[in-house]
Every structure is written in C-alpha cells, then in structure tokens.
Ligand binder design. Structure first.
Ligand code: ZN
Length: 308
C-alpha cells in the first residue's frame, strides 16, 4: 500500500523490542516497562473457531519489561503481584499455576544453558511466593519457559489466561543492548490475556452478575407506578452524575415484579414508591433479593468504583 508493506502482528513482542532499540538508554531507564492493549492475529482454520475463546483477531493486554539480568526475578514477581490483584478485582480464581518448560523438537530454541537460566529464575520466584505449581514439559514458548496461570471453565476445560515469561533469546535476536554493555532480559507478561477469552470466562464464572464496577448497567431505577415516574426520571441523572451507569425501567415495561426480574443482574435496583418519591430517594434492592433500604446515591457510586 503506497509502496509500504503492511502485516498483521502475530504477537506484540517484536514491536516492543524495536521500540526499545529505537533509542539510546541511560542506566536509570532500566527496567523499562512497555505495556499495550493491542491487536494481534492468528490464522485459525474456520473449523477450530469457537465463540469468544478461539478467534482470529485478538485484543491482547500485553507488556514487556526490559531489564538487567539481576532485575529479572523482581520483575517476574511484580508481574505476578499485578496478575493476582487483577484476578481479585475481576473475581477470577486460578485453577492452577503451571511452570511450562521446553519440550523436545525443533520448535524450541536449541540452547540448553539459556533455558536453564530462565527456568531457574521462574522456579525461584514461584518457590519464594510459596504457591504450589505443576511443571509441564513442552508447554514453553519457543524462546523460553513461562509461568502460566490456568483457568478452567465449568466443564473443567483448561486454558491459559495470564502468563509471565523470561526471555534471553529475543534480546539477542534483536541485538538489544543494556546501557554500559551486555544484553537486557525481556520479561513478557500478560495480566489478563486476550480480552475476548477474558470476556467469555467472566460471563461464565459470574453468570452475567459481574462485580459492580464491571457491570454494564450498575443501577436501574424502578418507579412503582406512573405517579413516581417524574421522581425516578430525576434520580437517573443524579446516579450518572456520580459516575454510575444507570438506566430507567419505566412502568410502561411491565409490572414492578416483571421489571425486577428483567433487571435481576443489575447490582443496584432502585425502587421508587410514593414515600421515596416524596423524599427524593429510593429503596435499594440487591441482586440476591435482599433490601438495603435508603442508601444515598453517593454511597452506591462508591461501591461501583474499582479498587485498584
Ligand atoms: Zn511477548
């Protein structure tokens, strides 16, 4: 196109290596961390495509840390901290941690010393965190071993969601240099993997009842009858002004019971009866059917914010 060649990225690593190489670095620049929510593409045959879990165009949350060899273990551990914090916010439980090692065959870079060094960094970090893990041969990346954090669907099928990898190979391939000489190490890390697979998993594990900060609609305002409609219509913008995603479910959409059922996955259901309309508030019903009473909008909004 216009004399230039365009390609679909099969991974983000080479681009980040080129970003690193594009300028000179000072000693204090390291570790240099680059993160991107970027597109990558896989040439999957149509027969193996499935829902959101096996797709051709992936938006991946990916990052690469360029550091000195002695900084690698600390960066791996920091990536695991970030992964565990993200899982807690998303309500995800890891099925297991896997140390994925080199297998036999030409698809793995042939340099035993390099594999051993990377493996010992990952093993040391896992052991120091005291978290049990399994080891599997043949599951490593072509350039190095990795820590894979496995998730399972309700049928018990496993897939990798998050990963941290130590790579001595690509810095060599891309001729990267540390300030003052020597090669940097590339720590690849993906906190939540591809967003398509993440969305599929979240829908399954939460059954649509997402944590409040993640819910597409966080508050629905339900006037009991047309008489409370004006008060309810005023409540919606006050919720929005507090930063909530809020909607109105007016009596035109059916009985109060039917509207509550239709909005049962919304974290906060704000019922406005005659008493609430007079006071300018609402009686709050939660997803489990329990009543929280008259909670101020600001307090609900606070519960809708992520706690990063
Ligand atoms: Zn990478």
């Amino acid at each position: 196109m216009g004399g230039e060649e365009f390609v679909l990225r099969p991974s983000l690593c080479p681009h980040h290596a080129l970003v690193y190489r594009s300028r000179q670095h000072a000693g204090r620049d390291l570790p240099l961390r680059i993160a991107e929510l970027g597109g990558m593409y896989r040439s999957e045959l149509s027969g193996v495509l499935g829902g959101l879990t096996r797709v051709r165009a992936i938006q991946i949350n990916d990052g690469h840390v360029f550091c000195r060899p002695e900084q690698a273990a600390g960066e791996v551990s920091a990536a695991l901290d970030l992964i565990e914090a993200a899982h807690a916010q998303l309500g995800i439980e890891a099925a297991r941690y896997r140390l994925s090692l080199r297998g036999e065959g030409a698809e793995f870079v042939d340099d035993a010393g390099m594999w051993d060094r990377a493996e010992s960094v990952l093993r040391e970090v896992l052991e120091s965190r005291g978290r049990p893990f399994d080891e599997e041969r043949g599951e490593g990346a072509f350039y190095g071993p990795k820590i894979d954090i496995q998730i399972a669907d309700p049928a018990g099928r496993e897939s990798t969601l998050s990963t941290v990898q130590v790579d001595y190979f690509q810095p060599e391939r891309f001729d990267l240099e540390c300030p003052g000489g020597g090669r940097p190490v590339m720590v690849h890390r993906s906190v939540v993997g591809g967003l398509e697979r993440l969305a599929a998993h979240l829908i399954e594990v939460h059954g649509g009842a997402f944590p409040a900060w993640l819910a597409p609609v966080q508050a629905v305002v339900l006037p009991v009858s047309d008489a409370e409609l004006p008060a309810a219509q005023e409540l919606v913008p006050s919720c929005v002004a507090e930063g909530m995603r809020a909607e109105l479910a007016s009596p035109a959409r059916g009985t109060l019971g039917a509207r509550i059922r239709a909005n049962r996955l919304v974290p906060f259901q704000l019922v406005v009866g005659p008493r609430e309309a007079a006071g300018g508030g609402a009686s709050v019903r939660l997803r489990d059917g329990s009543q929280a009473g008259a909670v101020p909008v600001a307090a609900l909004a606070a519960q809708c914010r992520p706690r990063f």
